[in-house]
Design a protein around this ligand. Structure first.
Ligand code: MOS
Length: 729
């Protein structure tokens, strides 16, 4: 089916006390905690696995001048040393993923310059250090702030143009009675997912099989087809369990390309894991940003002009920019609004999507600028947002499908005790702690991707569903189980959900907050077709057909699904295509973040004391996994506000703190009382489930609420993230 019309009443609307929405425990929980969920690096078959190790470049740009692999090749257990001199010929770059070991050129620090293959990981690693490489470095430009002069207007990022303009933001700003002009910066960031990138690759009769950690197997298949110059159908990607993605695994990385090449050369299965340190330079990261925001308002707080400009960096030739100003295009009502992105070519590793690309860092700026405007207007920041609530998208000039930002702000204010906040900063103390409250809105786009799904009921009455979808820790296995169970009238333990294999029907994969809606809608469609087939087989039609307890019942007649499936079983397929609803309506999930922080009056140490997120995202498919996802996003927001930053050494184009000891993310002790709630909503323009994306909603705005709380506590406005104690003092 496709989304060309709003969705009418569906079985999910009418089933009483149903399974969808319930806080069902994760169906993949037991295999994960008992160690039977197999991750890419853990496969022990096929026999004869050799181990690869990536040798990274020690310079950011230039040439390999000398290369000597003789010593490495004679080391114990070494099977092969691949370099640009002997690596197989490959194809073309695709979606920021490049062939490996193609020439003596080096474009970034950490680029693979060799790949050692040995009988064991340890032998491969030891030999990697014995590969002797001499470099002829070129001069480099790596710092964003120092290279703004050369920044250019990049091409559209998918459907996202670099620039938008509605009305005349410049003129309206010039004549605005109240003005705020601010410059915020956000640092280089890395995904910091728990499982580093890893691949097991082998070849069978011309087919390449990769067990790899990947968020979007079908996209990965297409990318590798280009990079390796082979037909897509000859590549199979298996990603049954993925230990966190956050954008780091939206594409295959050098582990996959090198494992495929090495396996071809040595004619054995090859496993290759990136070390944690290598992940920082040999995969992608999020660019730092410099953001300039100008807000013009009337004395009663109506925005008359919004201008949001953002600069980010990427490798020369890359067009992918950090779309920090994109969120501002739909955030608040104003007749005059302009957004602009510029990109500087920098000799750093490839910058790409990470955790709510755009919004996550854009809202760190715009939602603090709104706080600054509220203070200037002497208005409560919630009232300022309410006054500027929008009834149509101010850039696209189309209605919203749903927009409940203000109800989230109001509900959160009530739950959090916002009325206890003192508007003037620095007035509340608890012992040596200066205490402050902050608020920010949350908004995240709600995309839908094409997806297909397959379902079969076997002779035992058990339903099996399949799609090349992934569960990256988000709960996909569980919500798809719930959807099938609900629609087929089966208890959840009579449904088996199988994911993460390109041999299954193509699906959206996990990314961009579209995974649950897209893959879930495809399965919904497959299950609706299955219901028709079952009714036909049972000789039922018309109203009053009920699917429940493994039976289909109408009036006095009741048949088990097992008997209808018969010895051969019964199958159905389904799919979803984005239609016009995403063009006719502006679609976002919304919310509000509330944070309370304490700042040590002497040391400037910042501690989060409590935090609440209130969200609306259409139908919630599982109350428990949704809450966990939202809280996880909020924790990211705390990290972005207070800790996360890669420190660039501009002399070498390398990230100095390339490990999880020095790249700080919040740990349990950093997060005390935190909660997330969802207000009821259905979005009939979004997808057949009437759900909306929540994958990245939690991070959007969360850090701004923390930063606004720090200001409220101290009266110190820090505009360079992260807010570390040295900047408070
Ligand atoms: Mo997300 S950055 O699309 O995994």
């Amino acid at each position: 089916m496709d989304m060309t019309h709003p969705i009418g009443v569906t079985p999910l609307d009418t089933i009483q006390d149903g399974i969808v929405g319930k806080p069902l425990d994760r169906v993949d929980g037991p295999p994960k905690v008992t160690g039977t969920a197999t991750y890419a690096y853990e496969y022990k078959e096929p026999d004869g696995i050799a181990y690869g190790y990536l040798v990274p470049s020690a310079i950011a740009k230039g040439r390999i001048a000398t290369l000597d692999t003789a010593v490495a090749e004679k080391m114990p257990g070494v099977v092969a040393v691949l370099t640009y001199r002997n690596a197989p010929k490959q194809g073309k770059e695709s979606q920021q993923v490049s062939p490996e070991l193609v020439s003596d050129r080096i474009d970034h620090y950490g680029q693979a310059v060799a790949c050692v293959v040995a009988e064991t990981f340890e032998q491969a690693r030891a030999a990697a250090y014995a590969v002797e490489i001499g470099y002829a470095p070129d001069p480099i430009a790596t710092e964003l702030a120092a290279n703004l002069g050369k920044a250019f207007e990049p091409k559209s990022r998918g459907n996202t143009p670099a620039d938008t303009s509605s009305g005349d933001a410049e003129a309206a700003y010039a004549s605005a009675p109240v003005k705020v002009e601010v410059r915020y910066t956000t640092p280089l960031q890395t995904h910091a997912m728990m499982e580093p990138h890893a691949t097991l690759a082998y070849w069978r009769r011309g087919q390449l099989i990769l067990f790899t950690a990947n968020q979007m197997p079908n996209r990965g298949q297409a990318i590798l087809a280009s990079v390796l110059n082979m037909p897509k159908d000859n590549i199979r990607i298996v990603s049954r369990y993925v230990g966190g993605g956050f954008g780091a695994k939206l594409t295959p990385h050098p582990d996959a390309v090198l494992a495929a090449l090495a396996s071809k050369v040595v004619d054995r299965p090859v496993k290759l894991a990136l070390t944690r340190q290598q992940v920082f330079h040999s995969t992608f990261h999020r660019s730092d940003t410099i953001q300039r925001i100008r807000l013009g308002a009337t004395p009663d707080g109506k925005l008359v002009s919004v201008a949001h400009q953002s600069w980010s960096g990427n490798q020369p030739g890359e067009e992918n920019f950090e779309a920090a100003a994109e969120v501002t295009r739909s955030l608040y009502a104003t007749p005059n609004i302009m957004t602009e992105h510029r990109l500087a070519a920098l000799d750093v590793p490839v910058a790409s999507a990470m955790r709510a690309p755009g919004e996550a860092v854009g809202m760190l700026a715009i939602e603090c600028a709104m706080d600054e405007l509220a203070e200037k207007l002497d208005m409560d920041p919630i009232e300022l947002r309410a006054v500027n609530d929008a009834t149509e998208d101010p850039t696209k000039h189309v209605p919203y499908s749903t927009r409940a930002m203000v109800p989230c702000l109001r509900k959160g204010a009530e739950m959090f005790g916002w009325n206890k906040r003192k508007a003037a900063p620095g007035l509340v103390r608890d012992g040596n702690w200066l205490v402050g409250l902050g608020v920010a809105a949350a908004s995240r786009g709600n995309p839908l991707q094409p997806a297909k799904a397959w379902v079969r009921i076997g002779p035992d009455g058990v339903a099996t569903t399949r799609a090349a979808m992934t569960d990256i820790g988000t709960g996909t296995y569980t919500i798809l189980t719930q959807i099938a169970a609900e629609l087929l009238g089966l208890p959840p333990d009579m449904v088996r959900t199988e994911l993460g294999d390109t041999d299954f029907p193509p699906s959206s994969g996990s990314g961009g907050s579209f995974g649950a809606g897209s893959s879930g809608s495809a399965l919904y469609d497959a299950c609706m077709t299955m219901r028709q087939k079952l009714m036909l087989s049972a000789g039922m039609s018309g109203d009053g057909v009920v699917f429940k307890d493994g039976r289909v019942t109408q009036g006095n007649r009741s048949v088990t699904l097992a008997s209808l499936a018969g010895p051969g079983g019964i199958e159905a397929t389904g799919g979803i295509e984005p239609g016009d609803m995403h063009k006719m309506f502006s679609q976002q999930s919304y919310g509000a973040h509330f944070a309370e922080v304490g700042v040590d009056a002497d040391t400037g140490e910042i501690r989060l004391r409590r935090m609440l997120g209130v969200f609306t995202a259409g139908r919630i498919l599982n109350a428990k996994t949704a809450r966990s996802q939202a809280i996880g996003g909020m924790v990211f927001g705390v990290g972005a506000a207070l800790m996360e930053a890669m420190e660039l050494d501009p002399r070498f184009g390398m990230f100095v703190n390339h490990n999880l000891a020095e790249y700080h993310v919040p740990v349990h002790a950093d997060i005390t009382a935190i909660d997330a709630v969802f207000l009821p909503e259905l979005d009939d323009k979004s997808n057949p489930l009437k759900s909306k994306g929540i994958g990245e909603l939690g991070i959007c705005g969360a850090g701004a609420a923390v930063a606004n709380a720090v200001y409220n506590a101290t009266g110190v406005r820090i505009r360079d993230y992260p807010l570390t104690l040295d900047k408070v003092l």
